[in-house]
Design a binder for this molecule. Structure first.
Ligand code: BGC
Length: 814
């Protein structure tokens, strides 16, 4: 067939508006082809064959140009509808805008408004972040819609392996696409400010560089499927208690250096399609209504091009105000929060009224609408993507199994207790969690997977000989406890929090018998938490009395017989380890490793996988050592309305190293079945110009192949302001090194890596002086140091003042 050569038409925004009113000539060439329209030298197809010039339908034009054309075709009513989602099914008492429709994909979190008249379909958004969250079973449908439950955020980040995370994202994104969803509400990268945050399992780290790099890799992987992501919750959503109304007092420096940095990296490196603003207020204003955050910083400073959506019901002080519909809708739209989710009739009313009265400017509405249109235009539904509803779950099971095992952190391994390779000898498996394995946390971050492989199943499949009497005792007990827990949560409703399952009582004589017959004991300790509430210290952060007793008795009995005890931690966030770690021979931090968890643990304990995960957060000796412990949850204590981040930038290891507080396990720590030697730390120059490369050689000096995570910390001069003793500025993971094999890694340092944020100068400034480079295996295990000079102070970036304090307060200083 003869090809029609069509001149590429680039129509500026202005031209697009002007030419939509001009007359046109049809120059139809072939019967099969739609007629061509020529206007002022530009040639377009009349795609609808209706003689009308619909610029927005012409895919040769940029999405921006098409969206600009569409905005002009929309009525005010359509615009108001478009600025919010279509409601949330299952939320009684809230009449949805256009009928809380289940949408194309049941169980998804929401969708945008469909404009049939203009051929604009609804975009479907669904949670995230441990995999796609949709309903697995549909009414009158014999097919199932299970998704892969991948490891939780803490587990993924502990791999420190960006390429691996990208492959996880790619798999996750293909489930998004093949189940007909357009945007995954993930990744979540809030900073672990305090170990008790109930959603830390979804988040990556106490360090913004790790958070940002892992999030970028995840975004790249997911979006490689041409579906979108929503990096969340922007920003400083660090506690669940009163999350809809908590006012956080935070300095601009702490915001920029700690709480925003990860988002900055993710936006600049991976171009997420959307950002989700958080629930909380910062210095007196909701994040969803902060122009400095959503426009000055996110868009103008970082160059973000996508849309911002609220978190679900974000900007309301609580459930009562949601029902009453009192919020600051217009301020949110003006701030650059384009889409209000999940969408309420009260919001529409305000928008229409404020548009009419002129309080809400047309330009603001049009800009928000245009950005949402751009999202729709690039989503799979716009091109009518024929999703299969059959993602490759078998392949993804392999990916999650591998990612989970690489995220496991070997906290302790006395006398090479692990790997345990003798499959002839019997293994005693204790702890209710071994039989009732925890896949991931609860709330919007949980995934409806078909089956989770427990430790029992994983070890069995790996060929271990497990003590049958223990299985016969524990298995029915665990099943009963799981059923009771499920019943309890069902009664409490959607916001019910998970509770720790009680341990089975077993007597000393029974344990002694096991110690006599088995070669080794595996004891799993489990913890779960979820959205809507925070964790507590007693019986959660601290291990429960019955757990200590269990460990004591098992350790005593097994050690008396010269046998080893391994603790497996099936947890989502940090727990206390200092008081009991000496009682056992090995500790494997397995995290909540997703649906293949039991297989992933078996891969590590059997030595099939040499553990290479490292902590992305500090495990303190005791909870009270946490820098934010003093102001955690805020005041008044029984029902906090505000919280002051007095610890400033001294979050996590920045605090522990600067203030010389000894942790139980430090940030960056993780053992291996092999050993590594570091050598030849070299700088590309001893004076910093506009960038610097640090190279380091790592050699596997042990007997087993393995990977090492190399961390580069900087210790900056601090003449003008106080600074943490060391800050992570780069990291890299080696490939698998065979025994004796070495590799040389290159780590880059850019000017901004040297800079701290000086509030009095509104600038990121790298002071002149000597910078110490610390290259190590953890934040405390520094292997080599070197230094470079910055001859003259560098003002790396000048910015507009943001986050004006509503209440003055003193920040912690060393
Ligand atoms: C959570 C978000 C989630 C949203 C939609 C909110 O409660 O905070 O993380 O994406 O619900 O389910």
């Amino acid at each position: 067939m003869k090809k029609t050569i069509i001149q590429t038409a680039r129509v500026s925004l202005l031209t697009a508006v002007v030419i939509s009113n001009l007359s046109w000539n049809s120059i139809s060439e072939e019967e099969n082809n739609p007629p061509l329209l020529t206007i002022k030298g530009f040639t377009f197809k009349d795609l609808n064959n209706n003689g009308k010039l619909d610029i927005y339908e012409d895919t040769r034009l940029s999405i921006e140009e098409r969206a600009a054309d569409l905005v002009n075709k929309m009525t005010d009513e359509e615009k108001a509808n478009f600025l919010m989602g279509t409601g949330m099914p299952g939320f009684d008492g809230l009449t949805p805008v256009v009928g809380a429709i289940e949408g194309r994909v049941p169980g998804a979190a929401g969708g945008t408004y469909e404009i049939k008249r203009l051929g604009i379909p609804a975009v479907i958004v669904a949670d995230g972040p441990a995999g796609l969250r949709i309903k697995p079973i549909r009414t009158n449908d014999k097919n199932t819609y299970y998704c892969t439950a991948f490891p939780v955020g803490t587990a993924l980040a502990s791999t420190w392996n960006e390429a691996l995370i990208e492959s996880v994202g790619k798999a996750m994104g293909s489930e998004v696409k093949e189940y007909g969803v357009d945007v995954l509400l993930a990744p979540a990268l809030n900073i672990h400010r305090n170990p008790l945050c109930g959603r830390n399992f979804e988040y990556y780290s106490e360090d913004p560089l790790v958070s940002g790099k892992i999030a970028s890799a995840m975004v790249k992987g997911i979006q490689s499927n041409n579906v979108g992501t929503s990096i969340k919750h922007f920003a400083a959503n660090n506690q669940e208690t009163n999350r809809l109304s908590i006012n956080e007092h935070i300095s601009e420096r702490a915001m920029r250096e700690i709480y925003l940095k990860g988002f900055e990296i993710a936006v600049k490196e991976s171009n997420p399609w959307t950002v989700m603003s958080s629930y909380n207020l910062i210095n007196g204003t909701y994040t969803s209504a902060r122009k400095d955050l959503l426009t000055d910083i996110l868009r103008n400073e970082w160059g973000f091009k996508g849309i911002v959506m609220t978190d679900w019901f974000g900007g309301y002080a609580g459930f009562n105000s949601i029902v009453a519909g009192t919020s600051n809708v217009t301020q949110q739209l003006e701030a650059g929060n384009d889409l209000l989710m999940p969408g309420l009739p009260a919001q529409k009313k305000v928008i229409i009224e404020d548009m009419k009265s002129g309080k809400l400017a047309k330009e603001v509405v049009d800009l928000n609408v245009k950005r949402i249109l751009e999202l729709v235009l690039k989503s799979p539904i716009m091109s009518n993507y024929k999703y299969s509803d059959k993602p490759n779950l078998t392949k993804h099971a392999q990916i999650t199994r591998q990612a989970a095992s690489e995220g496991m952190v070997l906290l302790k391994n006395e006398k090479n207790t692990l790997p345990f390779t003798d499959k002839q000898k019997e293994v005693s498996v204790f702890g209710v969690t071994s039989y009732a394995w925890i896949t991931g946390g609860t709330g919007s971050g949980s995934v409806n997977n078909k089956h989770t492989v427990s430790l029992l199943e994983g070890l069995t499949a790996a060929g271990y000989k497990l003590d049958k009497e223990l299985i016969d005792l524990y298995k029915p007990y665990a099943d009963k406890e799981v059923a009771a827990e499920q019943e309890r949560r069902k009664e409490k409703g959607v916001m019910a929090l998970p509770e720790r399952l009680p341990e089975l009582k077993i007597n000393d004589a029974f344990i002694a018998k096991k110690a006599a017959n088995s070669e080794i004991a595996f004891v799993t300790l489990g913890r779960n938490s979820g959205e809507f509430n925070d964790r507590v210290v007693d019986n959660d952060f601290n291990i429960a009395k019955e757990e200590i007793e269990m460990l004591d008795r098992i350790s005593k009995a097994f050690h008396e017989k010269g046998k080893k005890v391994v603790v497996i931690l099936n947890i989502g966030g940090v727990i206390e380890t200092a008081s009991w770690k000496d009682k056992v021979d090995a500790i494997l931090l397995a995290w909540q490793p997703g649906q293949e968890g039991g297989h992933s643990v078996a891969d590590v304990v059997s030595g099939k996988v040499n553990p290479s995960g490292k902590l992305t957060m500090t495990f303190p000796m005791k909870y009270e050592d946490t820098p934010s412990a003093k102001n955690w949850l805020g005041t008044p204590i029984d029902n906090p309305s505000s919280v002051t981040y007095e610890e400033g930038v001294y979050v996590g290891y920045r605090y522990f190293t600067t203030f010389n507080i000894k942790p139980s396990y430090e940030f960056g720590f993780g053992d291996s079945y092999t050993t590594f030697a570091y050598s030849d730390v070299k700088l590309s120059s001893s004076t910093f110009k506009d960038k610097l490369t640090v190279s380091v050689t790592v050699k596997n000096t042990g007997k087993i192949a393995g990977k090492e995570v190399v961390q580069l910390y900087l210790s900056a001069p601090s003449q003008s302001i106080d600074k943490p003793k060391e800050e992570l500025k780069a990291f890299a993971k080696t490939k698998e090194l065979k025994p004796g094999e070495s590799t040389t890694l290159q780590l880059m340092i850019s000017p901004k890596d040297l800079a701290s944020f000086l509030e009095n100068k509104n600038a990121w400034v790298a002071e002149a002086g000597t910078y110490k480079v610390l290259v190590g295996a953890s934040s405390l295990d520094i292997k080599n140091t070197t230094e470079f000079l910055v001859e003259k102070e560098i003002t790396v970036e000048k910015v507009k003042k943001a986050f004006e304090l509503d209440v003055p307060f003193n920040e912690l200083k060393p």
